[in-house]
Ligand binder design. Structure first.
Ligand code: TYD
Length: 146
C-alpha cells in the first residue's frame, strides 16, 4: 500500500518555467511579470555571484516563502526535496526559471565559473521563515519516515 503523503509535500508543484525571449541581433531580452510568469507578486530580489568552485548554497526550506530561481549567467544544479523524494534540475539558460513553493528543501551546487543565481522571492527576508535543519524539515513533512 502506498504511504500517505503529508499535506504540503509537493515536488510536482516545482516546475521549470519557459520565460519570454525577445530575440534581437543587438542581444536578447527576457522579462518576468509577478503574478503572470510566477504565481506570486515579487517582494524581493537577490542574487548569488562569485560562488567559488565546489561550493554548495541553500541547505534549507522555507515555511511560507515562494521563490523563483534563474541562472542569469552560467549554470548550476538545484536539488529539490519534498521529504519523500528529490529531483535535480540543471539551470543553464537565462530564459528558464525554476519555481519553488514553500516547504521544499533546496541545495544549489555545481556552479560554473562566473555564474549568477538570480532569485525572486514572494516575501521580504525573515530568518524565522527558514528551516535549516533537515531532520526538522523531514519531521514536519514526512513524520513517518524512519
Ligand atoms: P541564505 O538564504 O542562507 O543563503 P543561500 O540559501 O542562498 O545559500 O542567506 C545567507 C545569509 O544572507 C544569511 O545570513 C541571511 C542573509 N540574507 C539576508 O540578510 N537577506 C536576504 O534576502 C537573504 C536571501 C539572505
Amino acid at each position: 500500500m502506498a504511504r500517505k503523503k503529508a499535506a504540503g509535500t509537493r515536488l510536482n508543484a516545482c516546475r521549470i518555467v519557459d520565460l519570454p525571449k525577445i530575440m534581437d541581433e543587438r542581444g536578447n531580452l527576457t522579462f518576468i511579470e509577478g503574478g503572470n510568469h510566477l504565481p506570486f507578486d515579487i517582494k524581493r530580489v537577490y542574487y548569488l555571484y562569485d560562488v567559488p568552485g565546489g561550493a554548495t548554497r541553500g541547505g534549507h526550506a522555507h515555511r511560507n516563502l515562494e521563490q523563483f530561481l534563474i541562472a542569469a549567467m552560467g549554470s548550476f544544479d538545484v536539488i529539490l526535496d519534498d521529504g519523500f523524494e528529490s529531483q535535480r534540475f540543471h539551470l543553464n539558460r537565462s530564459y528558464y526559471g525554476l519555481y519553488i513553493p514553500s516547504m521544499i528543501w533546496r541545495e544549489m551546487s555545481n556552479f560554473s565559473s562566473g555564474s549568477v543565481c538570480l532569485t525572486l522571492a514572494s516575501k521580504p527576508y525573515d530568518e524565522s521563515d527558514y528551516i535549516r535543519d533537515h531532520h526538522v524539515f523531514k519531521e514536519l513533512v514526512n513524520p513517518e519516515a524512519p
